[in-house]
Structure formats: structure tokens, C-alpha cells
Design a protein around this ligand. Structure first.
Ligand SMILES: O=c1ccn([C@H]2C[C@H](O)[C@@H](COP(=O)(O)OP(=O)(O)OP(=O)(O)O)O2)c(=O)[nH]1
Length: 137
């Protein structure tokens, strides 16, 4: 077992920063998206956990670089390279540099729910109300 994390994955405050594993810069044209490798693989092994790939706030807000899948779900049995769907939702081309921090990974517990089919639900305060049913303010 290795204790040292590869340079591609750097610990952030809540997870790992994921970097673009590229040989050379790539240009993401306006409204284009591309799968970018991260150079790392993880195996969570325990079905009680999953990992989420999330966008970086600054890249998304300032440059429009978000995720083509909005959020990436990494299954506990996945062993392949973590890949990032990098989507440039802005109207300006963005040059992505090798090793640039592109997204972040958090590991979350997953409740393994047992689903049951029922004829009706017991009454609740909300009932079927949703989508703003409690008002705007
Ligand atoms: O942003 C992502 C999302 C997923 N994956 C990997 C890990 C995940 O476990 C696997 C499958 O993802 P998902 O189940 O979301 O894909 P799918 O489109 O439903 O295809 P599949 O049939 O492979 O499950 O792809 C990534 O590397 N990056």
C-alpha cells in the first residue's frame, strides 16, 4: 500500500481536488464539452459509500466551466480512471492547462434503503404539495 497521494489528487478541505491529466493544453470552445481524465482511480469497495464529482465554484462562476453531467456519481465498485465531463457553458473559449484543478471529489455515505410497495402513504403535513406550493416568500 502507498501512503503518498499522486500529484493529480490534492486534498481539499472536504475531499480531493481533481486535476486535468493532460499532455498539453486543450481548448474548450464555447458550449463544448469534453471528457478529461484525472490520472487517478479509486475503489471504494464498500456499498455504504459513493463518491461525487462536483464542479469548482470559481471555475463555474467566473469562467462557466462546469460538468456536462452536472454531478458525477462514482459507484463503490468502480475501478476505472475518474473522468470529468468538462463543459464550457460560457460564450468564451477556455484553455485548460495540464494539472489544472478542474473539479472536486467528495466521498459520501449511502443509505441502502429497502423499498416497499404500498397502496397509499400515511398522511403528512405537506402531502403532495411541491414546486413552490408553500409560496414565494
Ligand atoms: O463524472 C463521472 C461519472 C461517472 N464516472 C464513472 C464512475 C461511475 O461509477 C461510472 C458509471 O457512471 P454512471 O453509473 O453515472 O454512468 P451511466 O451512464 O449510468 O452508465 P453505466 O451503464 O456505466 O452505469 O463512470 C466518472 O468517472 N466520472
Amino acid at each position: 500500500m502507498q501512503d503518498q497521494l499522486p500529484a493529480y489528487a490534492t486534498p481539499g478541505s472536504a475531499g480531493l481536488d481533481l486535476r486535468a491529466c493532460l499532455d498539453a493544453p486543450i481548448t474548450l470552445a464555447p458550449n463544448a464539452w469534453q471528457l478529461v481524465g484525472t490520472g487517478i482511480a479509486i475503489h471504494l469497495a464498500d456499498p455504504g459509500y459513493a463518491a461525487l464529482i462536483l464542479p469548482r465554484s470559481g471555475l463555474g462562476h467566473k469562467h462557466g466551466i462546469v460538468l456536462g453531467n452536472l454531478v458525477g456519481l462514482i459507484d463503490s465498485d468502480y475501478q476505472g480512471e475518474l473522468k470529468i465531463s468538462a463543459w464550457n457553458r460560457s460564450d468564451t473559449a477556455f484553455v485548460l492547462q495540464p494539472m489544472e484543478r478542474l473539479a472536486q471529489l467528495v466521498i459520501v455515505p449511502v443509505v441502502q434503503a429497502q423499498f416497499r410497495v404500498v397502496a397509499e402513504f400515511p398522511p403528512s403535513e405537506r402531502g403532495e404539495g411541491g414546486y413552490g406550493s408553500t409560496g414565494k416568500h
